[in-house]
Design a protein around this ligand. Structure first.
Ligand code: PGA
Length: 219
């Protein structure tokens, strides 16, 4: 199976023009499955990558000012949606219950949700992962892609060690045996190969905005 590399541009870059430069650079044939997740206004289809969104509404339609629905994402060519990223959990107060709704809405609209989970520094990894998976996947039988992103590793330059990651990978696989498990948190071109050797794919934030860096990771 091809390993998956996801780019999470977050609220970057600052213009459509700059986003197009990245899309063009990353639209290459590679041995990886590449998924690009830009901000909503920059969603742009390509030949060699899949399109993903960073979030979607937990409502199907209606009076929800500022929200973007799963069916809208589907209609502009999205195949994947990141759900429950730690920044959304922290800054937008997303609960596991809401995350569960979003996953169900994605599935209903034939989008593939990618459930992001991870513990903060000082929290019990096992407890947090178990709760986030149990509540986030409640009532869901489909195979969901899981992105393990320890909050302490996101944007800090302190990635998970290979040994620590292997332990988390095995633990998550034990809880959801049928799922693919990806890793995210300070991934760059220097550590990507080693981290990729223990997981099914990577979720890349900061390094996906650097053309040279991300090309090295996906090649
Ligand atoms: P980072 O972000 O690669 O900049 O640490 C990862 C993420 O938040 O998905």
């Amino acid at each position: 199976m091809k390993k998956i590399i996801i780019a999470n541009f977050k609220m970057n870059p600052s213009s459509k023009k700059k986003a197009s430069v990245l899309f063009k650079a990353f639209d290459i044939k590679t041995k990886r499955t590449v998924i690009l997740c830009p901000p909503f206004p920059f969603l742009e289809k390509g030949k060699n990558y899949f399109l993903g969104a960073q979030n979607c509404s937990c409502q199907e339609s209606g009076a929800h000012t500022g929200q973007v629905s799963a069916s809208m994402l589907k209609s502009v060519g999205c195949r994947y949606v990141l759900i429950g990223h730690s920044e959304r959990r922290a800054f937008f107060y997303e609960s596991n219950k809401r995350i569960n709704f979003k996953i169900k809405i994605c599935l209903k609209n034939k989008l593939k949700p990618i459930l992001c989970i991870g513990e903060k520094l000082g929290e019990s990894k096992e407890e947090v992962l178990k709760t986030q998976l149990k509540e986030g996947l409640k009532g869901i039988k489909e195979k969901i892609i899981i992105a393990y992103e320890p909050v302490w590793a996101i944007g800090t330059g302190k990635n998970c060690t290979k040994e620590n990651l292997l332990e988390s990978y095995r633990y998550i696989k034990k809880l959801v045996p049928q799922s693919l498990v990806l890793y995210g948190g300070s991934v760059n071109s220097e550590n990507s190969e080693e981290l990729l050797s223990v997981v099914d794919g990577l979720l890349v934030g900061g390094a996906s905005l650097d053309k040279k860096e991300f090309l090295k990771i996906i090649k």
